[in-house]
Design a protein around this ligand. Structure first.
Ligand code: FAD
Length: 386
């Protein structure tokens, strides 16, 4: 068994991006993934922002792009809505993952698929992982195994998670919008701690939800509201999403965590592809620095500074979405009423005072205060929202 420079567990966006950076600089990189084919099955709503496309370094004619999206609209139970005009794309996520993996392979990284990592062991100055296909050794271990990453678990970083799932149907009109130029999101007490969505995707429509509870029941609820028979779905897909209570430890002696494994998800939107490719690239660069500095591989601390600007690294920002767990329809409707028909950056003070005076209950006033904190947090971290 040869000793590799870096073992990467997980060939999703984070692992592939890190592998590409390290292999391009000449390191001997082995990526292990339990999936037989990288990217399949899909576990994503497949929305990707323009900022993320730039981070990937691809152009908008990439074959895994379904179409362009001009922004998002959030709908509230009372019919009010808020617009988020950030541009992006609907993508075919399995193809995106394979595109990123093929770039890493082109740079010289080796991928082994259908390999499930079962346990991890520290051997003096290296690591050994036991898998369904034997054992592998590396001088540095990179945990990029997503929300259930075995490396993160071995290193004691278990984040709470919420489940999410989506159904896919043949294309049809929803919310009076046939163009697919807008992503539609829905807040309702049914999706406690999360939200639901409906995305046009060319030939198909994806309807999904995540939150505390049973996501399939949440998706069925939204389908009925949209006038869609859930039994006509063609595909069901989904997975867990980290719901962090505090920033995770991401730097260890000869090991790093990136992507969902390191908690690099946006805590308000739960968008994580951007955080994954970004943190994967920076993890790769931090490993390169350690190799280039003459061999002290135990010090990977530069990674911490490189990623300190991500919203998931701030304990106070992570506290805000926890309030969503206590939101009911009265609160979300009050927020919708204040902002109705606006872009999220506007704050109509007159409306705010009118709605606050009309709802003089401590819970609703607290909810309106959280709404303002959410708006501020979103503004600060807009780059990583999706
Ligand atoms: C239903 C749903 C919808 C979402 N929608 C969006 C969206 O529209 N936009 C967005 O930006 N984000 C979305 N996300 C979040 C996004 O999918 C993740 O943030 C992103 O996939 C993180 O990338 P990653 O590389 O860190 O992890 P992953 O993509 O999860 O990749 C991890 C890889 O590790 C492998 N692995 C795991 N365990 C092992 C093991 N024991 N042995 C070997 N390999 C292993 C897995 O097979 C996988 O390939 C969504 C998530 C869910 C669940």
């Amino acid at each position: 068994m040869s000793l590799r420079d870096v073992l990467v567990v997980g060939g999703g966006p984070a692992g592939s991006r890190a592998a590409e950076v390290m292999a391009s600089a000449g390191l001997d990189v082995l990526v292990l993934d339990r999936k037989k084919e990288i990217g399949s099955p899909n576990h994503c709503g497949e929305g990707l922002s323009e900022d993320c496309l730039a981070e990937i370094g691809a152009d908008s004619r990439a074959e895994w792009i379904v179409h362009e999206v001009q922004g998002s609209r959030i709908h509230f139970p009372n019919g009010s809505w808020i617009d988020f005009p950030k541009r992006g794309f609907s993508v075919r996520r399995p193809e995106l993952d394979r595109f990123l993996a093929s770039r890493a392979i082109g740079a010289g990284a080796e991928f082994r698929t259908g390999v499930r990592v079962r346990s991890i062991e520290r051997l003096g100055e290296s690591w050994r992982v036991q898998s369904s296909s034997g054992s592998f050794e590396g001088r540095i271990l990179l945990g990029a195994g997503g929300a259930l990453c075995p490396v993160a678990h071995f290193l004691g970083q278990r984040s709470p998670r919420i489940p999410a799932c989506q159904f896919k149907f043949p294309a049809r009109e929803i919310m009076g919008d046939q163009s697919g130029k807008r992503l539609h999101f829905f807040h309702h007490e049914m999706y406690r701690g999360g939200y639901a969505w409906a995305f046009h995707r060319g030939e198909e429509l994806a309807v999904g939800a995540g939150g505390v509870g049973r996501p399939p029941a949440m998706v069925e609820f939204l389908c009925r509201q949209l006038g869609i028979d859930p039994a006509t779905r063609r595909i069901v897909e989904g997975g867990p999403i980290p719901f962090l209570e505090h920033p995770l430890q991401i730097v260890f002696d000869r090991a790093l965590l990136c992507g969902d494994a390191g908690g690099f998800i946006h805590p308000l939107t739960k968008g994580g592809i951007h955080g994954a490719v970004w943190s994967g690239r920076l993890a790769g660069e931090a490993v390169l620095r350690a190799f280039e500095s003459g061999g002290d591989l135990s010090d990977l601390s530069s990674f911490e500074g490189m990623v300190s600007g991500h919203i998931s690294r701030s304990a106070s920002e992570l506290r805000i979405p926890r309030a969503f767990l206590r939101f009911d329809n009265e609160i979300v409707n009050a927020i919708g009423e204040v902002m109705n028909g606006r872009v999220y950056t506007d704050l109509p003070v007159g409306n705010f005072l009118r709605v606050a005076l009309k709802n003089l209950k401590p819970r609703t006033l607290w909810g309106l205060g959280v709404g303002i904190a959410v708006r501020r947090s979103y503004r600060r971290s807009e780059r990583f929202t999706w």
